[in-house]
Design a protein around this ligand. Structure first.
Ligand code: ADP
Ligand code: MG
Length: 356
């Protein structure tokens, strides 16, 4: 009988990386979420060879204290929660404290940071999670994380990577999802030296009426996709008051049926600032459009839901792309009802079905 032994930390992290880091796009997502959580107002993403050779994310957020830098890449170390109760009221995108440790175990990771107000910054390089020591470094306030040669030490996983072009596509999608959720942040995306997206900040107007309130978001959609698409979107909103005095708000855009696509890739759903996929809500969307679309056509939507954090369990999926709703049935009805009401009061011309 072989003896039972604890696994070495590197192996533990590489196992975790199997769930968190699937491809360069996962790195882009995790680094962007950290930048957002740090309160950054400007975030620059750089990719080389689809992100396989390099993913670099530069932010102007709070930065990390030099003393804390080794902890940032340590497993299960986080500044975002301190107790289990907080798992049910997560207000940040991250909380598991495993992304950087996982990424560091399957790449060459450099993190350089200067905390706000600190005299100087510090830098740490980890090569496949070998112990590293932070050294002083000159850098602006904020954090830069550079992930080079993803999966260099896990050849089997490296083999599953696709062409640089395909990986760049996935990474761009990850970028798009975060950029959509945070229209007030200035983002850029550069691939192989070419600027792919320059997204100036679109400030949110705290306006009482729907259209001005959503104007910034419409602008972000126009810059990310196209002016034509953004112009064809119809604003929707609803508010479901709950017995305890809190509310679930639904706000955003749906497209005229004539703008439908043959794929469902233009269905974006944000819940408390997190881009998620949810079969039930996707089904509600399809139901709302039932009878308005030719068969096989998929609607377009950009919707955001905001609700008390206690109504969502985000700790069900390592990449946090799926969540569990405490009141899934009520949400389904709210989405379906909001869209149906809108469609009844809007002149939806079932014009020519266009595709791109
Ligand atoms: P999590 O985001 O779940 O806490 P991570 O492994 O992604 O775990 O990050 C670990 C910690 O490192 C974070 O809790 C945060 O304190 C710090 N950190 C990571 N990236 C940044 C950043 N860009 N700016 C400031 N702090 C960061
Ligand atoms: Mg994180």
């Amino acid at each position: 009988m072989p003896a039972i032994k604890p696994l070495p930390p590197l192996v533990v992290n590489q196992i975790a990386a199997g769930e968190v880091v699937e491809r360069p796009a996962s790195v882009v997502k995790e680094l962007l979420e950290n930048a957002i959580d740090s309160g950054a107002t400007r975030i620059d993403v750089l990719l080389e060879k689809g992100g396989v050779e390099r993913v670099r994310v530069v932010d102007n957020g709070t930065g990390i204290d030099a003393d804390d830098l080794p902890l940032a890449i340590a497993n299960h170390a986080t500044s975002k929660i301190t107790a289990a109760e907080q798992l049910f009221e997560v207000g940040t995108l991250g909380f598991r404290g495993e992304a950087l440790a996982s990424i560091a175990s399957v790449s060459r990771l450099t993190i350089r940071s200067r905390a706000r107000g600190a005299a100087e910054g510090a830098e740490l390089t980890v090569c496949g999670a070998a112990e590293a020591v932070a050294a002083p470094a000159g850098c602006p306030e904020g954090t830069t994380v550079e992930v080079d040669d993803l999966f260099f030490n896990t050849p089997v996983r490296h083999k599953f990577l696709r062409s640089a072009q395909t990986e760049a596509g996935h990474a761009t999608e990850a970028f798009t999802r975060v950029a959509l959720a945070h229209p007030g942040v200035h983002f850029t995306l550069t691939h192989n030296g070419r600027l792919i997206h320059e997204l100036p900040p679109c400030p949110a107007a705290a306006d009482a009426t729907l259209e001005p309130r959503l104007a910034g978001w419409r602008q972000r959609i126009a810059t990310l996709f196209s002016d034509d698409l953004a112009a064809a979107l119809v604003a929707v909103s609803s508010r479901d008051e709950r017995p305890d005095g809190t509310a679930i708000t639904l706000e955003g855009f749906v497209a005229n049926p004539s703008q439908s696509r043959s794929h469902a890739r233009l269905q974006y759903l944000l819940v408390n600032g997190r881009s998620i996929r949810d079969r039930s809500l996707q089904h509600a969307l399809g139901e709302a459009y039932r009878g308005l679309l030719l068969s096989g056509r998929k609607p377009i939507c950009f919707l955001r839901l905001d609700m008390p954090a206690a109504l969502i369990d985000v700790n069900v999926h390592p990449q946090k792309q799926e969540v569990r709703f405490a009141e899934a049935g009520a949400l389904y009805s709210q989405l379906l009802g909001t869209l149906r009401t809108k469609f009844l009061s809007t002149d939806l011309r079932a014009g020519a079905q266009t595709d791109r």
